[in-house]
Ligand binder design. Structure first.
Ligand SMILES: C[S@@+](CC[C@H](N)C(=O)[O-])C[C@H]1O[C@@H](n2cnc3c(N)ncnc32)[C@H](O)[C@@H]1O
Length: 309
């Protein structure tokens, strides 16, 4: 079975069993979800501040692997008072239907999303073009779509061709260095109260690990998260992916662990207060949630000098 097929089926299956809003707060991985949402909110807010607008004065967003549209509200409420034209797609049709339904429910009083469109597609096969996207957003999805160097080349070309001058690419990604450290400590597997990750390609030498973190594609591992994912296949994204994307887009790049990103955003105090109080980064997350969140990095590729605005 092709990778994207395996991932699509996994997400379709999960989509049917996902907890409803009422039970979500009692889910064991609620802390991970809260922490991820807080990071995504600050990232979206940041991107909306630095992104260029189009002739209509709106910010055009492409949400790659949009899932059930969980970020729609974030784009709506944290767009630095800019109107967002949103387009989201996902490899899972069920997820896209849920995202569309969520958007329909959002209709009502004036809001910052001018328009939203959804479609089903694999991120590697989308005919990206037009050079008219202000922000490409890839939240927790890149590690599914790039199993080999060929997919990486296609995706990089696609992103580069759709980004308008001055635009940016934002997202969250597993740190392969930190994942490999944990796999090494558990001889190819790592587990805590919430999460299990396993890699069949074990034992690996330090050279192999360095290669997968920097230049080589194709390290397959599985990731389970209590109440959310059951041994779903993921792939490493070596740093050469971002270096090539930087060259193709002429962008600067910023990449750092979630905790460091939140510290930097707190210093700038840009995220609206109501969001900070709802998803306070100092909330007493349990150790297991913190360990999961510590696996991820934030990245921003931007034509502007990143880090300030
Ligand atoms: C962890 S979810 C994240 C969803 C959303 N971005 C968020 O942060 O809430 C990953 C999503 O990526 C989608 N996905 C996986 N592989 C994909 C691919 N090759 N092309 C497009 N979407 C993909 C999955 O179906 C799933 O909805």
């Amino acid at each position: 079975m092709a990778t994207s097929d395996a991932v699509r089926r996994h997400y379709e299956r999960r989509g049917r069993n996902d907890p409803c809003k009422a039970t979500r707060t009692t889910s064991p991985s609620y802390g991970v979800r809260q922490g991820s949402n807080f990071v995504k909110t600050t990232l979206i807010n940041y991107a909306c501040h630095i992104a260029p607008t189009n002739r209509k004065g709106t910010v055009r967003v492409l949400d790659v692997g949009c899932g059930k549209g969980g970020d729609l509200q974030k784009w709506w409420r944290n767009s630095a008072k800019r109107i967002v034209e949103y387009e989201g797609f996902d490899v899972s049709e069920t997820r896209v239907d849920s995202a569309q339904a969520r958007y329909e429910r959002m209709r009502g009083p004036p809001r910052m999303i001018a328009h939203a469109d959804f479609f089903t597609a694999d991120m590697v096969d989308v005919p990206y073009d037009g050079a008219n996207t202000s922000i490409v957003s890839v939240m927790f999805a890149l590690h599914y779509g790039v199993p080999d160097a060929e997919s990486a080349t296609r995706l990089i070309q696609g992103f580069a061709s759709t980004i308008r001058a001055g635009g940016c690419v934002i997202g969250t990604i597993v740190s392969i260095e930190r994942l490999c450290e944990r796999l090494r400590s558990g001889r190819g597997g790592w587990t805590n109260a919430l999460c299990t990750t396993r890699c069949e390609e074990w034992p690996m030498t330090d050279d192999d690990m360095r290669e997968y973190a920097t230049r080589r594609y194709g390290l397959r591992y599985t990731f389970s998260l209590e109440g959310a994912l059951d041994a779903c296949p993921e792939y490493n994204i070596p740093s050469i992916f971002f270096e090539t994307l930087q060259c193709e887009t002429g962008c600067d790049m910023l990449r750092m662990p979630f905790s460091q990103w939140l510290d930097s955003q707190e210093m700038q105090r840009t995220t609206p207060v109501h969001v900070c109080t709802k998803m306070c980064p100092d909330a007493p997350y349990d150790t297991a949630s913190r360990e999961v969140l510590a696996l991820y990095d934030v990245f921003v590729l931007s034509a502007r000098s990143v880090g300030t605005y």
